[in-house]
Design a protein around this ligand. Structure first.
Ligand SMILES: Cc1ncc(CO)c(N)n1
Length: 216
């Protein structure tokens, strides 16, 4: 079994909780309140900037030109998606950019930056993998069920689309290659990093759903 398949099996309960979460369900039905999506997209703009930084950290630490190129392309794509998708919704809903990261966004971005800076490239890759893989699976899940006239159609089409699908497959291959070279201890750390980021994906949606704010 591929290492990444083991990773996915391990997070199966987390993934199920994501699919049944009200945010994902209402996004799929097109009934998600605009304010909820606004909160999400504001936080996601902040998230994607740091996600891109985390990918650039991995690019800087890669040891082959091919791996460097892959990570810089992923880093660039994160910004391009941010521009294309977010600007659509920012102008559609007249959303103001937010500067404060709310708790889940704060936890997730700091976790990604710390892990990609201080841990091995293999562990860092495992930490960023859920950002790719969970979004592809959720995107496809929603795409198969959503009605055409869904206000969140641009979001759905981005993550269910071929371009995103291809980068996820590349990221999976990279992670499996790193895992082959890793010791059992490091593989266990990769699994832990993958699980933590998967859990933070759930929290990211949950924070938007409950409009979570700093209480103090
Ligand atoms: C929180 C989050 N995770 C993953 C993605 C997809 O890269 C995204 N846009 N936002």
């Amino acid at each position: 079994m591929r290492f990444t398949e083991q990773l996915w099996q391990d997070i199966s309960p987390i993934y199920s909780s994501i699919l049944t979460h009200g945010f994902v369900d209402e996004l799929m039905m097109g009934s998600l309140p605009t304010a909820t999506f606004q909160y999400y997209i504001q936080q996601d703009a902040l998230y994607l900037a740091d996600f891109s930084r985390a990918l650039n950290q991995l690019a800087a630490r890669a040891t082959t030109p091919d791996d460097m190129l892959q990570f810089t392309q992923f880093a660039q794509n994160a910004i391009l998606v941010e521009r294309a998708l977010h600007e659509t919704y920012f102008s559609l809903y007249a959303i103001q950019p937010e500067t404060t990261k709310m708790p889940a966004c704060f936890a997730y971005t700091n976790y990604l930056l710390a892990t990609t800076s201080l841990q091995s490239i293999a562990i860092g890759a495992a930490a960023v993998l859920p950002c790719f893989w969970i979004y592809r699976q959720v995107g496809k899940h929603i795409y198969e069920r959503a009605i055409q006239e869904n206000p969140y159609r641009a979001w759905i089409d981005t993550y269910a689309g071929d371009a995103f699908d291809q980068s996820v497959s590349q990221m999976l291959d990279l992670t499996d290659r790193f895992a082959e070279l890793a010791s059992p201890t490091e593989r266990a750390q990769m699994q832990e990093a993958f699980r933590i980021s998967s859990r933070l994906e759930w929290y990211f949606w949950n924070d938007a759903y409950i409009q979570n704010r700093w209480l103090v």
